[in-house]
Design a protein around this ligand. Structure first.
Ligand SMILES: Nc1nc2c(ncn2[C@@H]2O[C@H](COP(=O)(O)OP(=O)(O)OP(=O)(O)O)[C@@H](O)[C@H]2O)c(=O)[nH]1
Ligand SMILES: C[C@H](OP(=O)(O)O)C(=O)O
Length: 216
């Protein structure tokens, strides 16, 4: 299956600004992207990038392993750009995966659980109401990202009579948006994103209530 990974280099991961500078956020976002590409490949699928403008990954200090990955450029917002990808379902393609680039805890086993969940649409909900990954097999389904997109996708599917499978996966539910999410990467990550954080001096802060992070 072709698995499309939306990724933007425009002020990436802005909600991590309290912990990481702008160049650091770009570097970290790219490393997470590289981890997701590797997971998609290791799960037996074909990764494809969906970007709003061409990106020269070769100019980065750290190679992230996305050289040669097929790339679609679409400068529209995330929702119409992904909907254009889903148009392939009306053109003889049986299923398409959409996996966000900030799933630093994703593993091939977790992704296989999503593809096995069944339904005309398989959904991996994100913590906080988002939609972290989809497998779409029904051409009439369209996306509506941002806000409570998990709820919105369930409601749209119900209205259209599209069957939905939902995977209960901590690894797919944890998108890395906010500083507290970095603690999850340090605790559970086994990709390069975890090593990048350690090298950047980001460490667990267990001094308060819920475990967070601090710069060493
Ligand atoms: N192609 C494309 N990908 C996008 C766009 N906006 C977000 N993404 C990607 O979609 C996924 C989810 O993005 P978000 O977490 O909502 O946004 P973000 O820009 O990564 O982070 P914030 O600045 O903190 O909102 C990530 O993989 C982003 O790289 C867009 O306009 N076009
Ligand atoms: C793309 C968006 O991501 P979030 O802003 O929830 O991280 C969503 O999942 O709808």
């Amino acid at each position: 299956m072709r698995v499309v990974i939306p990724y933007t280099d425009r002020d990436p991961k802005s909600r991590l600004a309290p912990v990481l500078s702008e160049p650091e956020r770009r570097a970290f976002a790219r490393v997470m992207l590289g981890d997701v590409v590797a997971v998609v490949r290791d799960a037996g699928h074909e990764p494809e990038l969906l970007v709003p403008a061409p990106i020269d990954f070769a100019d980065a200090d750290t190679a992230v392993g996305v050289d040669g990955v097929p790339t679609t450029v679409d400068d529209r917002a995330l929702t119409p750009a992904v909907d254009a990808v889903l148009d392939r379902l009306g053109e003889g393609v049986a299923e398409v995966g959409i996996v966000m680039a900030d799933l630093a805890l994703a593993t091939p086993a977790a992704l296989r659980r999503l593809t096995a969940v069944g339904g005309e649409v398989g959904i991996a909900p994100g913590r906080g109401g988002g939609t972290n990954a989809l497998v779409v097999r029904e051409p009439s389904f369209s996306v509506d990202y941002h806000g409570a997109s998990y709820r919105d996708h369930r409601e749209a599917a119900a209205t259209a009579g599209v069957s939905v499978g939902v995977v209960d996966s901590m690894r797919l539910a944890t998108d890395i948006d906010e500083p507290a999410d970095l603690a999850e990467v340090l605790l559970h990550g086994d990709g390069r994103a975890r090593g990048w954080l350690v090298d950047a001096g980001v460490e667990l802060d267990a001094s308060g209530g819920r475990v967070g992070v601090r710069r060493g």
